[in-house]
Design a protein around this ligand. Structure first.
Ligand code: NAD
Length: 380
């Protein structure tokens, strides 16, 4: 197959969907790989690196000849119109936010997959871009906070006096949150964290963090075996707020990561809570793209509020785009291998009996998949 790797809109994205080592793997598995000029430049992969890996460098108009198009973010509707019917289009698609593009994919008759729709199962973890990228985001959030923080992280006892360890609070202990906890601990901070999922307690504690129990949490906060959080009850939100109000004045750094799939992120840190924090404190809001966990968050901006900085990166992965691209590319290749295996002897993608593929399928044969319609009710 002819596989095309599109260059991202570099204003917002520094990653590339395929790195040279993975380009070579595509070639070794019998495909031809075409990379858009300078696609990897911002992640420090030069066109010459791809050529050494047996890829061909070409212009964007190759889209119309490709059998498979790979990118980090979804293609623009204008690009989608140029694709051949039945082209495989694989990228993060965010269907709940990209209704027009999903309709463009449907109308173009292409077979599209959302890497962000990967099921969170053991079998799918090799292709899970949500996990690989969140892991790096959590790590980088702490490193950036340490950089902005005008004090040290570890307890330091010197002849000139003692420097106290920084106190870090992590809100939401999913993949990014746990990575942030581990990083802050390694830097010597005193770390506490909470999550609505009770299963997070053991994970937080195993990394050396203190789990903050939200008092009065009853069955509303216990999701049992459910993987994802849902919107919390008013009662729970009040209890959470009271607890946070008590501990926030003592925190130096807050990393917020709380998200609810396909919904706006919950507001957890209200303005008056922020105002109780000491000057010099840092809040890094990793949930800013979906609205943020902090009332004052502005996506893509750093706000200074009475000496407390509220930081919401446009895309924190741009600050670690080399490694983020490497992991992303491995995930993409794993998904593509599965796809190749399953499409053998199948006439229609809709007949493929595989939960990973059916979960990630967005459009096929001029239809939007039932799974996607179920998750994003605004699409039909
Ligand atoms: P996410 O990015 O959707 O959300 C981050 C965290 O915020 C979650 O842990 C969530 O419970 C928490 N949260 C939501 N609302 C909150 C609130 N009001 N207050 C506090 N915390 C709140 O989560 P994620 O990183 O994608 O992980 C979600 C789940 O999926 C976790 O249970 C994780 O262990 C699991 N997971 C499983 C696999 C696998 O099995 N292969 C892979 C990745 C993640």
């Amino acid at each position: 197959m002819k596989i095309f790797v599109a260059k991202e809109n570099t204003k917002f994205e520094s990653r590339v969907a395929v790195t040279p080592d993975i380009a070579q793997k595509f070639v070794e598995s019998g495909h031809e790989i075409f990379i858009e000029t300078n696609a990897g430049q911002k992640a420090q992969f030069d066109d010459s690196d791809y050529v050494s890996a047996f890829a061909t460098i070409c212009k964007r108009d190759f889209l119309s000849q490709a059998d498979v198009v790979l990118s980090v973010n979804s293609l623009e509707s204008e690009d989608i119109k140029t694709l051949k019917p039945k082209t495989f289009v694989i990228s993060i698609q965010e269907p709940h936010q990209n209704e027009a593009k999903i309709h463009a994919l449907k109308n173009a008759g292409v077979t599209s997959f959302g890497l962000d729709l990967v099921p969170r199962t053991t079998k799918a973890q090799y292709m899970d871009v949500l996990s690989s990228q969140s892991n790096l985001a959590g790590y980088k959030a702490v490193i950036e906070a340490a950089h902005l923080f005008n004090r040290g992280f570890p307890l330091m006892m010197t002849t000139a006096g003692t420097i106290k360890a920084a106190r870090v609070l992590v809100v939401g202990a999913g993949v990014a949150g746990l990575s942030a906890i581990a990083t802050a601990k390694r830097l010597g901070a005193i770390v506490s964290a909470f999550d609505v999922r009770k299963a997070a307690k053991e994970q937080i504690e195993s990394l050396g963090g203190k789990f903050i129990e939200i008092e009065q949490i009853d069955d509303s906060g216990d999701f049992g075996n459910q993987t994802y959080a849902t919107q919390m009850t008013k009662e729970y939100q009040n209890a959470q707020e009271n607890q946070l109000r008590a501990i926030l004045p003592n925190q130096n750094i807050v990393i917020t990561t709380a998200q609810i799939p396909f919904q706006k992120a919950p507001i957890i840190i209200k303005t008056d809570m922020l105002d109780s924090m000491n000057r010099g404190s840092i809040v890094i809001d990793l949930a800013s793209k979906t609205g943020g966990n902090c009332e004052q968050t502005k996506h893509g901006q750093t706000i200074d509020r009475n000496g407390v900085q509220i930081v919401a990166f446009e895309n924190i992965l741009n600050l670690i785009s080399h490694d983020a691209s490497k992991l992303f590319a491995k995930n993409v290749f794993a998904f593509f291998e599965l796809l190749c295996l399953k499409i053998q002897n199948q006439t229609s993608m809709l007949d493929i009996d595989d939960d990973i593929i059916q979960n990630m399928l967005i459009t096929c044969e001029n239809k939007i998949s039932k799974e996607v319609v179920k998750k994003c009710m605004n699409l039909c």
